[in-house]
Write a protein that binds this ligand. Structure first.
Ligand code: AMP
Ligand code: TRP
Length: 331
């Protein structure tokens, strides 16, 4: 059975992009894989996080993942900082990875923006830590949204260079599992930017904890263009906002974009947004409700994470100890 690893940063409330690009697949992959799902708090602090809010978000995300269908008993759900193997292997990878490789990372360029000199050094070496997350478990399949592809190519480069430099066949190749549709859900306010937890506008995203009326209001105000919906998929080519809403609809309704347009093409956005609201509410409301219920018992959530970390550590500890031995550390 192949081992799955994936992570999400506890830096805000998970949104519809996280759900369609990642969490939804995590849930279905559980049937046939051994899975580890990680709240990557070490990654989160690469940009400033208020300590009290970080703690709260870590619990909230734990609740959202369980509410969405992650099974913390048959699989492993934990927070990254609780398993020291991640940081230990990340340090080794800082010394395997090349500055030139990191310089090509588009996510760093996006996140650092014009302020490259002022961002944390952690943000720069972030992809090395991500490689360590996966390879500390010898995981081979990594379900992520489209924005993480480049990081996974880098992880493969690191694994290969480690194997080559130390003349071992220790780290396996990893495969990105990116969904065929909705792997890149865009902001509701700007079809050229991805939906993101860190966007200052709440209106830009549907949180997985949103109530029905918030969802309706955000979709009503979602940016669109004045033309009616096109009759065919090519008509979406230069209309990123329309394409985004049609893709969300299609994935949640289990239809192709062409089928959605067969029904809604030629109509205005008003009635389409109403139909979309019903579909999004049907997907999100049960998660939001169950999340609220789970959050009432934070002691249980903390226990889930602690137990998960213990089991994660039992897998990663020996693998990272072996990596340290290969490198020549006296252990
Ligand atoms: P993050 O929110 O950056 O911690 O991402 C957690 C997971 O959600 C990763 O697998 C991302 O690729 C995925 N993801 C984040 N934002 C989006 C988005 N707008 N559309 C699709 N997938 C996304
Ligand atoms: N970098 C990922 C993101 O922001 C989160 C992440 C950290 C991750 N470590 C990982 C995803 C390992 C998959 C595997 O979306």
């Amino acid at each position: 059975m192949q081992r799955i690893f994936s992570g999400i940063q506890p830096s805000g409330v998970p949104h519809l992009g996280n759900y369609l690009g990642a969490i939804r697949n995590w849930v279905s992959l559980q049937a046939e894989h051994e899975c580890l799902f990680c709240l990557v708090d070490l990654h989160a602090i690469t940009v400033w996080q208020d300590p009290a809010i970080l703690r709260e978000q870590t619990r909230l995300q734990t609740a959202v993942l369980i509410a969405a269908g992650i099974d913390p008993v048959r699989h492993i759900l934990f927070n990254q900082s609780a398993v020291s193997a991640h940081a230990r292997l990340a340090w080794i990878f800082n010394c395997v990875s090349r500055i030139g490789w990191l310089n090509r990372m588009t996510q760093f360029k996006d996140k650092a923006g014009r302020d490259r000199e002022a961002v944390s050094s952690g943000l720069y070496v972030y992809p090395n830590l991500m490689a360590a997350d996966i390879l500390a478990y010898h995981a081979t399949r990594v379900p992520v949204g489209d924005d993480q592809r480049q990081h996974l190519e880098l992880a493969n480069d690191i694994a290969q260079k480690f194997n080559h430099d130390y003349e071992v066949a220790f780290f396996p190749a990893i495969e990105a599992l990116v969904p065929p549709d909705a792997a890149r859900v865009m902001s509701l306010r700007d079809g050229s930017r991805k939906m993101s937890k860190s966007d200052p506008s709440e209106q830009s995203r549907i949180a997985l904890t949103d109530e029905a009326d918030a969802i309706a209001q955000k979709l009503r105000r979602a940016r669109t263009d004045p033309a009616p919906l096109p009759e065919a998929v090519d008509g979406l080519a230069d209309r990123p906002e329309a394409r985004n809403l049609v893709e969300i609809y299609a994935v949640l309704a289990g239809l192709s974009p062409a089928q959605v347009l067969a029904e809604h093409g030629g109509k205005g956005f008003g009635p389409f947004k109403e139909a979309l609201t019903a579909i999004v509410v049907a997907a999100v409301a049960p998660i939001a409700g169950e999340t609220r219920r789970l959050l009432a018992d934070t002691a249980r959530l903390d226990r889930v994470l602690r137990e998960g970390a213990g089991r994660a550590n039992a897998i990663a500890g020996p693998i990272v100890a072996e990596a340290e031995r290969i490198v020549g550390f006296l252990t």
